[in-house]
Design a protein around this ligand. Sequence first.
Ligand code: F3S
Length: 645
Amino acid sequence: MGKTLTEKILSDHLVEGELETGEEIGIEIDQVLTQDTTGTLVWLQFEALGLDEVQTELAAQYCDHQTYQFDFKNSDDHRFLRSAAGTFGAHFSRPGNGICHQVHKERFAAPGKTMLGSDSHTPTPGGMGELAIGSGGLDVAVAMGGGPYYIEMPEVVSVRLEGELPEWATAKDVILHLLGELSVKGGVGKVLEYTGPGIESLSVPERTTITNMGTELGATTSIFPTDDNTKEFLSRLEREDEYVDLSADDDAEYADEIVVDLDDLEPLIATPSMPDNVVPVSEVAGTDVDQVMIGSCTNGAYEDILPAAKMLEGREIDKRTDMIIAPGSKQSSELLAREGWSAELMAAGVNFSEATCGACIGIGHVPASDSVSLRTFNRNFEGRSGIEDDSVYLCSPEVATAAALTGEITDPRDLDDVEDPGFEMADVYDGSTADLIAPDNAVDDGLVKGPNIGDVPLKDPLESHLGGPALLKMDDNITTDHIIPATQDILMYRSNIPKLSEFTLSRVDEEFAQRALDSDGGFLVAGENYGQGSSREHAALCPMYLGVEGVLAQSFARIHKANLFNFGLLPLEIDEDTYGKIDQGDDIEIVDDVDEAVRSGETEFTIRVNDDWEATGTLKASEREREILADGGKLPHTKAQQEGS
Ligand code: F3S
């Protein structure tokens, strides 16, 4: 039987296990990526593990999430990250140089390599044939130290593209279409491997828009084969020697196949406040728009901004609407400036932001109250823009620009005298590299830690008895943004866990953190898909710091579940009936000898509620995850292993 492309790359990197769906495999990692929000913990954990040099082929530290230096805290973090990259041997991308996925795509991503990144949109370079997976920072720290990355072998699903995109339909509409069809849970446990004749009409930047938002489907990763388009993209970056021909075998077998006929697509839009609330633009046309933003790791490339520039050339945006462009990388903005497009955009009334995540996580350009913002980003979770009850829509740059021109949501096919700008690649990416510091060019000043950078808290090994109140009962689809909001006023404490913990789940219940601290242990209770969203391990670490012992949920998002293991929190799956019967404040006790049961491979745990009734919680974990959990998390576990060897 032939192999899928995913299986081929995984076999080349396999160090443990077999490629059987659901089985745990260990793979060698070639490249790692981290950013400033997650990166300080990555390096603090790398240091705590006693490691002294990056062992992967390449490591890159980006500063993109919290680039604005409001006071000393972000600046201290940036200085610490630069010093850590220099000390341990990683490339350092300065604040303002761009969003990690865009810059990594331009500078380092390469076909056939494996990459692990402490950011959920790490799969972005799947569009150029790299197998890239998002994980918690501790997994990245261990991989950087040369350890394998462990994951359950996902199902490999073929997404077969037929035909060609019609006028005004874009790559963003391909992924919005899939989100509308499959939902934010549709890719869980899967690698989405793109196949079929429709691929050849899509350039690498278009493909990376699609692989970027595979994360919103919950997919482990998404990947395209390589071809002449990949070769051309690499050669424009003067990296053609990194090209490798990659495709699935003709007789490869997939777990499933989804067919998308590109000819049938039209401009689509995700309405508030989930990326899978997708409708044709025409359905919501006429809605007043206060703000339009083009940028993010999804649509912040030169090729995403150029269509807006062409549409706005010689025109002005509507008086009712603000339009902001936040390029995905400084290289993109440099190119737009050199070609004169930035001036065209400014003349049309557009404001430029620096190349940063910024507004994507509510830092800057917060929409007005009770207003509509159209964004080319990948997420529109409620409150993520920085204001509660926001109304954020997700769409292509073309749809966003059409709204800027008219002041209302507009199907671009209905615009008078504006032609589809089409898709055009940059001739050559000749941006400077002044903002990217290679390890052999690093400033040699040792590790520099400011007062807001603390140690990583450690947990004791699992006890035999776990019990305490249901500290908080939550609904389905609780995101990591709910658990630890990503706004500047909160995430500036990302390297100071005691302080950051005060904000844990504050968007759900402001009293939660104090209640958890006051209680001697306890549990979180949630519905389906608990922990979806980012890879932010603070969302497990902060509850752990507050004394939470476990999470009882109907299901867990993949990266967050791994983070719960990594910080020693027991993730038990419960059925709908049990979820419905548990109330906040109920007394929960795990009847079994938990330490013994976890270590011995027990899957079913008896949960006694209020000393009155019992239910079953299921622990789905590999042997390795059980050992990590029982030792109190991956840091104590890895240290114990080091001491034992
Ligand atoms: Fe940054 Fe938003 Fe992407 S936070 S990495 S632009 S999802």
